[in-house]
Design a protein around this ligand. Sequence first.
Ligand SMILES: Nc1ncnc2c1ncn2[C@@H]1O[C@H](COP(=O)(O)OP(=O)(O)O)[C@@H](O)[C@H]1O
Ligand SMILES: [Mg+2]
Length: 365
Amino acid sequence: MQNEEGFTVRKIAVLNQKGGVGKTTTVANVAAALAIKGQRVIAVDLDPQSHLTIHLGVDPDSFENGAYEVLTKSASIADSLVNVRENLWVLGANIDLVGAESELVSEVGRETIFHEAVETISDDYDYLIIDCPPSLGLLSLNALAAVDEVVIPLQPHFLALQGLGQLLQTVTLVSKRINPSLKISAILLCMFDSRATLSSEVKADIQNFIGNSRGTNCPWADADLIPIHVRRNVKLAEAPSYGKTIFEYEPDCNGSRDYAAIADFLHDPASFKKNDETVEIEEHVKEPAEEIMDDAVIETITEEDITTPLTELVIETEEETQQKIVTEENTQSTETSEQPKYQIKEVSPTEIIAPRAEEAKEDSH
Ligand SMILES: Nc1ncnc2c1ncn2[C@@H]1O[C@H](COP(=O)(O)OP(=O)(O)O)[C@@H](O)[C@H]1O
Ligand SMILES: [Mg+2]
């Protein structure tokens, strides 16, 4: 699979099993920024909550084929893409995806179905970017098996690093057992508040952690802490309910500037570092980052883990962090007469893993 310049299509999963860290916002706006730059981008919604689909202006009830049909092998990706903007396509999610995990559980090779589907897409796309659900279940495993790169968004609050070890362990196991080309390419701090000391502390912890793994063969040895942080910006929280990207909703705001720069960085980190002198490039400090390393349990991965059946790799969904739209004190709401097109409804993790049979039963009452 090569694009017109002869490069392989870049396949990226945006993953963090915590909800509300900025995955969907990042996929929608990075995909849009790349498309505006002329890259041909497929944005994949693998979250049954359909937030990415809605964010890009597609009604989850409006399409015939989407991620569910691809995962259940009843449609190809090519037949399921919705063209949403110039150079931008979405593989949509709807409520059907709720049942995919339990339906696939007895399938042989269930964790590589999406990988196989991705292999069939034509070579004229430049990027495929997956918005993962807030869990490390079968949907996220399918994403990890299909991509070469993982980008981890983190919200730098006091629990930011909790769960990171489990995430890193999952990526390590997938890279050892299913997808040897899998790497964590970047960590992105979202909803960054430069006035909060905690944000800076989390940043320093991550820098230490990445610095420590340089030269090792773990999947994050070459990861970048993206030198642009996504600042808290209320426009980013408002845009999704209008089905608009930040570049359409409010092109002149911090959210817009941050995501445009992040897309530039992801597209070409080397020239970004060289050309943009205004961006502070972080030094990777060589110091132990005890807490993260403890959590990462990297040393505790044994031969046994590597040969245990994949079912044991599926880690139960943690209680999803309550999503909060935090309004920036000094940012005024956009005055607009336009009404939000959709209400984004929160779906609890238990709903996400509820078997379809139960859904059907309830429907018939
Ligand atoms: N930089 C930001 N500033 C303010 N609100 C944000 C920012 N990034 C995301 N949000 C809002 O925070 C909530 C969670 O973000 P989202 O991207 O949906 O996270 P996830 O996909 O990880 O659950 C959403 O309501 C989103 O609009
Ligand atoms: Mg999301």
